[in-house]
Each structure stands twice: as C-alpha cells, then as structure tokens.
Design a protein around this ligand. Structure first.
Ligand SMILES: N[C@@H](CCC(=O)N[C@@H](CS)C(=O)NCC(=O)O)C(=O)O
Length: 229
C-alpha cells in the first residue's frame, strides 16, 4: 500500500508552500488516509512519475496517478466511499467549485503580494530563479516592487474575509456540520500564507482563526511547521 503526494517545498525540505497541495493534505487527513509527502522543486515537476505533469499536487495512489487538487479530491471520494465524504452530494461538489473560484479571484490576488518575498526567501536558489522570472513577468515589476504593496494588500485581505465570518456564525464548517472539500480549498489558501508570512493572518477574536485552527488539527503534525519570512 503506497500513497505518494508530490509537493513543492522550501530549501529546508519541510516547508510545503503550495496552496493546492495543502488542499490535498487536509483532504487525506479528513479521509484518514496515510501518505508519504515527497518534496520537489519546480524543475523536478517534469520528472514526477511518468513525466507527464507540469504542476503539483500529483498523487500516486497505489499506482493510480492523479493531478489537480479538485480531481484528486473526486478520485479519493470515488475510491474510498467508506471514508468521510469530501463531497456529501453533487451540490456539495458544485459549491466546492464556488470556494475554489472565491479563493482564486478574491483571496489569491492580495495574498500573492503579501506572500511574495516570504515565498522567495524559503526557496532554494534554483526555485528562486524560476519564481522571480514567472512573478516578475506576471506583475510587470520586480519582486521587491510587488512586495512594496504588501501592507495595503494585507488590510484588503482581512476585509475580504467578511463573508466567511458571516458564514461561520451559521455553520461550523464550510461543508456545513462536517468539514468537506470546500473547507480544504479555503484552508489551502490560508495555510500557504501561514507558512510564508510573518504577520499573524487573523486577529485572535476572528471566527476564521478558530476554524483555521480546527482545519490545521485535521492535518496533524504537518501543519505545525511554520516558517516566517
Ligand atoms: N488547478 C491546479 C493548480 C496547481 C498549481 O498551480 N500548482 C502550482 C504550485 S501552487 C505549480 O505546480 N506550478 C508549477 C510551475 O509554476 O512551474 C490544482 O488545483 O491543483
């Protein structure tokens, strides 16, 4: 029985910083499935398993290869229906896509600015070169110029959590009464920032902070590692 999850990792070999990989780590934790987390650099992605992958996460589940966090979650539910459900019904799968869109279009833009130097600082030299070139092309600025906006974007990030706070006053999890993949998606975004940013993401009395702590507990000791930039 082997289950291997490939993950982008800092130069220390233990700081996993991809939001999409964290979604899968929490999903595996939720389902109670063991796995080996295998660190890779950007350059090593093309050498994963059969060489057909261009991004992580990639999961080798006893010989079955799956890429893309959402597809991996669907695979896990289909393969292990006896374990806790990541999608309790088709509507839950659809609303998890909403969580994905919300993260990508509302939370990732400010966090891309807030995390940019922290991410760069934890990478090894080879990853740093790749990351700098991709980000500088995307933003049309140097990493340092991008990071100059981080205080403003951090305030903006916290403001954007308002719908999550309102929701958590009604349900304990974004999946409702139990955590589901929508929780994993949101968690992945926050965990990415948590491991790469020095500032505390949430104020102490923020209901999102309490929910985030419960998600981290589901990831076990892996989520305990935090490297500040
Ligand atoms: N939609 C994909 C996105 C995966 C993705 O963008 N992964 C990034 C890391 S966070 C990656 O592997 N990038 C490769 C590269 O930039 O070369 C998912 O949910 O898994």
């Amino acid at each position: 029985m082997t289950r291997i999850l490939y993950s982008l990792c800092g130069a220390d070999g233990r700081t996993h910083y991809s939001p999409h990989v964290w979604k899968v780590i929490m999903a595996l934790g939720l389902k109670g499935l063991d796995f080996e987390l295998r660190p890779v650099t950007f350059k090593q992605i093309s050498g994963i398993e059969d060489g057909s992958f261009t991004s992580v996460p990639v999961l080798n589940d006893n010989g079955h290869l799956e890429c893309d966090s959402f597809r991996i979650a669907v695979h896990l539910d289909e393969s292990y229906p006896e374990k806790a459900a990541l999608f309790s019904c088709p509507a839950a799968r659809a609303s998890a896509r909403f969580a994905e869109c919300f993260c990508q279009s509302v939370l990732h833009p400010p966090l891309s600015v807030v995390t940019v130097l922290g991410m760069h600082s934890i990478m090894g030299p080879e990853c740093q070169v790749h990351f700098r070139s991709v980000r500088e092309k995307r933003f049309g600025k140097t990493l340092e110029e991008i990071a100059a906006g981080r205080d403003v974007e951090f305030v903006s990030f916290r403001e954007k959590l308002e719908p999550l706070r309102s929701y958590l006053a009604i349900h304990p999890w974004f999946g409702g009464e139990e955590p589901q993949f929508s929780d994993c998606i949101l968690f992945g975004t926050f965990q990415w920032a948590h491991v790469t940013v020095k500032a505390t993401l949430f104020s102490e009395d923020d209901p999102v902070a309490d929910w985030f702590g419960r998600c981290r507990d589901l990831c076990g000791e892996l989520a305990g590692i935090s490297v500040a930039a």
